[in-house]
Each structure stands twice: as structure tokens, then as C-alpha cells.
Design a protein around this ligand. Structure first.
Ligand code: SAM
Length: 310
């Protein structure tokens, strides 16, 4: 009988270079059955990112450092990364406490979802939003369910004359959003509200409401990889079908939008399918992204019917 072998991937020697350490980490990550979905998408990229972090090398200097030696206590630093990423299954962003969204760097930790909203694609091209809504000169915009504040802050940076309101039910998430708002020196334009969807917001109408609410169905939630369990449960679960909060948003959005305003709401692929099954003549428009999918709809207030089928 063929003997079963276990791959050990010995630690690099004391003469090893940064590149040797990246390769070592990439092999360990690849063998560990991890999920890279809320991280760098593949083991090699994540190994580069985490090695740079562990050895305090700025990412932009990594390429030029590949043939240099790591710090003397490299093994100890790498053992910590292996413990966090493989044993604890912490997503890379929670190890480094940073995530990139729409080209900006945000502080993140387990109080907030790791930013990955598909709405980010609308920032790729400055006209991404202009195609969807005609905004006044000094628009007032709402980011409902703001988490880290990434969407509100990216919007404030993309629309320098806009005022932003950003809200979340979680006071802990808002603590992180506050750190990010202050980091971008945007406190004069981005206001944070602790609110249960619209309850707790000022009674005004917005020119655009952008939201990436929790929309994972109960069945999907039960089978998520362990990495996702480090993210706040409140940021993921959207009830049995995943669309509980989306239904609530649709019931109230009309009262919080200007007549020319628009709601941009993410529901993901599963959410889109469920929504279209529950509501075949759903009046929203699905945005088609360059990767071929959608999962994000827009809806004008005049198109929101009295009866919401969710
Ligand atoms: C999917 S996360 C999105 C976070 C952020 N906008 C992003 O795209 O990374 C959803 C957020 O909704 C918040 N949330 C959950 N229920 C809420 C409610 N009833 N009212 C307001 N926010 C809520 C969660 O705390 C979480 O921060």
C-alpha cells in the first residue's frame, strides 16, 4: 500500500530571502483548505501581502526586496501569521487591519464587514454613477448600513461637493467608521448615525441612497467558510430568504428620496435570483458589471410600488 505523506514545508533556512519566505507561506496557505474569498483571492497573493506585513515591508517595495534577507526574528513573525491565518482562520484583512476599497485604504477589524461591495465597480469610471442618476450641484447622499464607512467615504471623495449621511445599527461598526472618517479628514462632510435602517435618520430626502445591506440567506449563512464567522453576524444574515432588510428598505425608501433621486441597492447573485423568483415583475433595473454579473439594482421613487413582494 502506498504510504500517505503529509506535506510539512519546512521553515526556510537562516540564509533564506524574502522570496523564499513568500513561497513557504504560499505553500502553507495553499495546503490549508482556506477560503480566500474575503481576502486576496489566491494563496500566492495573500502570501506576498502577509509576508510584507509580517516583515514590515511596504507593499510598494516588496518587488525590490525579494532577494534581501528578512528581519532576524523572521520565524517568530511568520509563526504568528500562520497561527492567525491557518489555525484561527482569520481573514487577511483582520490580521493587517486594513482593506482597500475604490482605491482607498480603510481601517477594518472584526467590528465591521471587510469591504467588498460590488458597488465599488461604479467608482472605476467617474461616470458610473452619472449614468444612473442626475445629481444636483451640492447633493445630499445616504449610505445606509455603512459598516466601515467605505461607501460613504468613497462617495464623499468622488463627489467633493456632496454631503454624506452614513448609518448603521451597530454602534461598534460606527466606531470603526468614525476612525475612517477622521482618517480621511471628512468629518465636516460625512455624518454618522446610529439607526435601525431609516429610524434614527433626520427627516430629509436624499438625492441618492446607496446601500449594501446584509443579504445572506439562512441556508447560505449556515455553510459559509470559517473566515466569514469572524465578520459580524449582523453584517451578513438577511433572514430566511436573505431579503428581510431589502424588503424593509423598499417599504421606506420612497419617503427618503427626492423625486429625481435613486436607490442603489446590493443583494448579491443569490439575492437577485431569490428576488426575481419572489417578484417576477420587480420594477428595479439591474446594473450589469464588466465581470458579467449584477446583484445590484437601482430604483427610482416613482417606480416603487405600494405593495412590496418581499
Ligand atoms: C453587508 S454590511 C455592509 C457594510 C459596508 N457598507 C460595506 O459595504 O462594506 C451590512 C451592514 O449593515 C448593518 N446593519 C444590519 N442591520 C441593520 C439595520 N437594521 N439598520 C442599519 N444597519 C444595519 C451591519 O451592522 C453592517 O455594518
Amino acid at each position: 500500500m502506498k504510504k500517505k505523506t503529509t506535506k510539512t514545508h519546512n521553515y526556510p533556512s537562516q540564509h533564506a530571502t524574502i522570496l523564499d519566505w513568500i513561497r513557504f507561506l504560499a505553500l502553507r496557505l495553499a495546503d490549508a483548505n482556506l477560503s480566500f474569498e474575503n481576502g486576496m483571492q489566491n494563496p500566492y497573493h495573500e502570501a506576498e501581502y502577509l509576508t510584507a506585513f509580517a516583515f514590515s515591508i511596504p507593499m510598494q517595495s516588496l518587488d525590490s526586496s525579494l532577494n534581501t534577507r528578512p528581519p532576524p526574528h523572521a520565524r517568530e513573525l511568520m509563526e504568528k501569521i500562520l497561527d492567525q491565518r491557518i489555525r484561527q482562520r482569520l481573514p487577511a484583512a483582520y490580521i493587517t487591519q486594513e482593506a482597500f476599497f475604490a482605491g482607498h485604504r480603510f481601517r477594518v477589524d472584526p467590528r465591521v464587514l471587510i469591504p467588498r461591495s460590488r458597488i465599488e465597480n461604479l467608482f472605476d469610471d467617474a461616470n458610473g454613477f452619472a449614468d444612473l442618476v442626475s445629481l444636483p450641484d451640492t447633493p445630499v447622499l445616504l449610505d445606509l448600513c455603512t459598516g466601515s464607512g467605505c461607501l460613504a467615504i468613497a462617495l464623499a471623495l468622488a463627489f467633493p461637493r456632496a454631503t454624506l449621511h452614513a448609518s448603521d445599527y451597530s454602534s461598534q461598526a460606527l466606531e470603526v467608521a468614525r476612525i475612517n472618517v477622521d482618517q480621511f479628514a471628512l468629518a465636516h462632510r460625512v455624518s454618522l448615525f446610529e439607526a435601525d435602517l431609516f429610524a434614527g435618520l433626520p427627516p430629509i430626502r436624499y438625492d441618492m441612497i446607496v446601500t449594501n445591506p446584509p443579504y445572506v440567506s439562512k441556508a447560505t449563512l449556515e455553510n459559509l467558510p470559517r473566515e466569514y464567522l469572524h465578520e459580524p453576524a449582523l453584517a451578513l444574515g438577511g433572514g430566511e430568504t436573505g431579503l428581510d432588510l431589502v424588503g424593509r428598505i423598499l417599504r421606506q425608501a420612497k419617503d427618503f428620496l427626492t423625486p429625481e433621486g435613486v436607490l442603489i441597492c446590493e443583494v448579491g447573485d443569490e439575492g437577485e435570483e431569490t428576488l426575481m423568483n419572489l417578484w417576477p415583475d420587480f420594477p428595479g433595473e439591474w446594473i450589469y458589471f464588466h465581470f458579467g454579473g449584477s446583484g445590484v439594482f437601482t430604483l427610482e421613487p416613482s417606480c416603487i410600488p405600494e405593495k412590496i413582494m418581499l
